[in-house]
Design a binder for this molecule. Structure first.
Ligand SMILES: [Fe+2]
Length: 311
């Protein structure tokens, strides 16, 4: 089946600091060309006599297929992440960036510096979820074929000159700064959630099984959710999921753990994956404290204390 071009899912005339002419040209002439090229290469591949074809023909076509396929997919990710207001709301991805980079600002500094460093060259700056390392990573790709193994790209910034020269000439840094306020973070959060959910699919434990599981309960709700809540699971202790690197070394590696957040989504799932990479037996409560409460399991009043760590 031939690949079809995805239409622009945004009004390019409403972007801030990026012209409609630039976005439409990029979408039609670069992304569109990659899709057409991919289809043409695959038609040639489907007609190839594999037993008789010279190695250089096979190598050339398969290399070009990879380049065109990645170019098409990465451009779709690129355009899909545009059209927002650039504001990252409180969410699991916010916690993940704080956990893995120290702060959202520190992540932004690294990501933008990485992209700007490609000015004058070409390639992609990417934020990816690495299932291999159970963390978010920024990484570099000098062309469409260089991707981090064991990772799923969540946000990509096109640093090929065609992505910015119509508006910015050689000013790659100005393009990077113009790109960031247009990010649609809720879409990036959805991709993060999908990746973490897939990686943690077998780690959920039904709330009803928790009391007899022999696992230590750890509340890893977002600090805002914990601060707003009135109670928590009986015998649980709260730890800020954004600071997992600080508190995880003090955990007893012989003690199995059971984590929960509000609904059992990406915050507790990614925390469980990160703890497992550190050698701990960590699982999470399916459905979170909402399901715990729904199952009529015991709760305790939230203890007074210095739980409300500053951002
Ligand atoms: Fe591009």
């Amino acid at each position: 089946m031939e690949m079809q071009c995805h239409p622009l899912g945004l009004d390019p005339g409403r972007l801030s600091g990026l012209s409609e002419r630039l976005i439409r040209s990029h979408h039609t002439n670069n992304y569109g060309a990659a899709v057409k090229r991919l289809n043409a290469i695959r038609r040639q591949l489907s007609d190839l006599d594999w037993a008789a074809a010279p190695a250089f023909v096979i190598n050339g076509l398969k290399r070009e297929e990879l380049i065109a396929a990645n170019s098409a997919s990465l451009h779709e990710l690129y355009f899909d992440a545009l059209g927002g207001d650039g504001v990252l709301p409180p969410c699991g991805l916010e916690i993940g960036l704080q956990r893995d980079f120290g702060s959202v600002q520190r992540w932004r500094s690294e990501f933008c510096a990485l992209a700007k460093a490609m000015g004058g060259g070409s390639g992609w700056a990417a934020l990816s979820w690495s299932w291999r390392e159970a963390r978010l990573l920024n990484h570099w790709a000098a062309d469409h074929s260089q991707w981090l193994a064991g990772a799923t790209p969540l946000l990509v910034l096109d640093m090929y000159e065609h992505a910015y020269h119509l508006d910015f000439g050689a000013q790659a840094a100005a393009y990077v700064e113009a790109f960031m306020p247009n990010l649609d973070w809720p879409k990036v959060q959805l991709r993060y959630r999908a990746a973490v959910t897939a990686d943690s699919a077998d780690l959920g434990l039904a709330p009803a099984a928790a009391p007899t599981s022999g696992r230590r309960l750890i509340d890893v709700r977002h600090r805002d959710d914990f601060a707003a809540g009135q109670d928590m699971a009986e015998a649980a202790t709260w730890h800020d999921p954004a600071r997992l690197a600080e508190w995880s070394p003090s955990l007893d590696p012989a003690q199995p753990l059971l984590l929960y957040c509000v609904k059992g989504m990406d915050i507790c799932r990614s925390a469980a994956l990160a703890l497992r990479l550190r050698g701990l037996d960590a699982r999470f409560v399916s459905g979170g404290i909402d399901a715990w409460r729904g199952a009529g399991l015991p709760l305790q009043a939230k203890p007074e204390g210095p739980h409300h760590a500053p951002r």
